[in-house]
Design a protein around this ligand. Sequence first.
Ligand SMILES: O=c1ccn([C@H]2C[C@H](O)[C@@H](COP(=O)(O)O)O2)c(=O)[nH]1
Length: 504
Amino acid sequence: MTITPSNYLFNYDPHYKANQLICGYGQTAIITGWTVKESVARYLTSKEYAVIGNLYSPTRGISPLIRNLLANPHVASLVILQSTKEDQNAGGCQCLLDFLSKGFRAGVDHIGKDVWIINSNVLGYIDIEIPAEVLELIRESIVYREVESISKVVDHVKELNKKEKKKSWSNPLIFPFTETSSKIRPGTKYCHRIEGSTIAETWVRILHRIKTTGRVRPTEYGKWQELINIVAVVTDEPLDFYFPEPNYLPIRREFINDYISQILDDSSQREGIKYTYGQRLRSWFKKDQIQQVIDLLVSDINSSRAVMSLWDVNDYDNNDSPPCLNHIWIRTIDDELSLTATFRSNDMFSAWPSNAMGLRALQIHIMREIQNRINQKLKIGPLVTVSQSAHIYNDCWEYADKIVDAEYETICREKKYADPSGSYLIVIKNNQIFVEHITPGSGEIVNCYFGKSARKIYNKIAEDSPGIGIKHAMYLGSELQKAEICLKDKSYHYQQDKPLTVKS
Ligand SMILES: O=c1ccn([C@H]2C[C@H](O)[C@@H](COP(=O)(O)O)O2)c(=O)[nH]1
């Protein structure tokens, strides 16, 4: 009896990101880049491929892919699909191709960890735990082809399946994987208000908050650390966007224009592309919602009906990847145009900075369009994002920690004096502690407190002004205690903001 090639079955056994892969029984691994993997799988039978999976990031995605291939040495060929703008921006597939054709060298990643760096114009890393000779073995043993459309993937895979089956090029090889753990402090689970002047600053504060108090929980993608409802308020992102020097954000300025177009511009439905936010906003519901909001606010700048919706109730039934960004509200107050957006689920490490920049671009666009049509000067107000599941995936924990270690202290050191809750002037008068509460900037007196006990006064202030800044509250506690000491021990003289001095 002759055995036809299709009778051979190989079991693909994924060791990493198993639930993100479509596994089959053939010898060809298909890497779909940013194209939805199911849109390739539907044209093939499971005997025709070994595995089908996405490759998003050259720094984080190539290592698990190579580890899985080493654990499955029956894979003889790779078909690498690069067909979307996102593939060009992220460069994952290009970097993988460069690994195969140009190799790699020893180096360190941007947090100082030893890694293999791929010889490519795109920055890509491979875990140092995989020995160099093993990486050379995989480069010599696997054949590969780059293709630019789903139909070409299918044709090529079918062609490969006509050929003789190949012998495995090695025994399965598995290498250790160092997973970083997290020391978590107690903290509230729900609703965190995090404010920063720029997207970059706010991002570092978000990373710090999730890494220190977020709950670690399993998800279908592996582990992540999560807080529920992070309300991020970006107060002063400049119109041309701030990128720190050196840039510690996970995005580059060149990437942002393409991303902005995904939020601002309509796009037609294409196989393999999930959706774009622009499409949801401009045409999905047969209305241009961005234009609706502009028209509404031109006719009534105070309207509280400026809502854009991206969530379609049908997403429950027929969308494997329903939009993470769900609602956007525009609201003007004191001539400031603010934008608030809600996300059902938000990857705060890899996605939030570009999400925030895209939304800021939308906010600027809407403000300028309204400005052009009305006789009223508008200012750009804050950008607010509400992320219901605000999470960081475990493969980013180490990077997140390094960024927090490098940047958080510096950011916190920048003094911000203006507490929107106002200021407090403390003196000793008539043998009592006397406190005046004044408005920020204009300094009008709105309330006063007096008594002999610091504790009673600060408790009352905390009850009256629960929105007071945390550092401001701590400062007031220590100032009031100093005043109480001076009241009790007449040899000391009290002066706000000055060290305790003995009266001469
Ligand atoms: O604009 C986006 C699109 C996706 N994601 C992240 C959130 C989740 O980590 C993942 C989507 O997974 P699901 O919730 O759809 O399973 O992608 C974002 O943060 N922002």
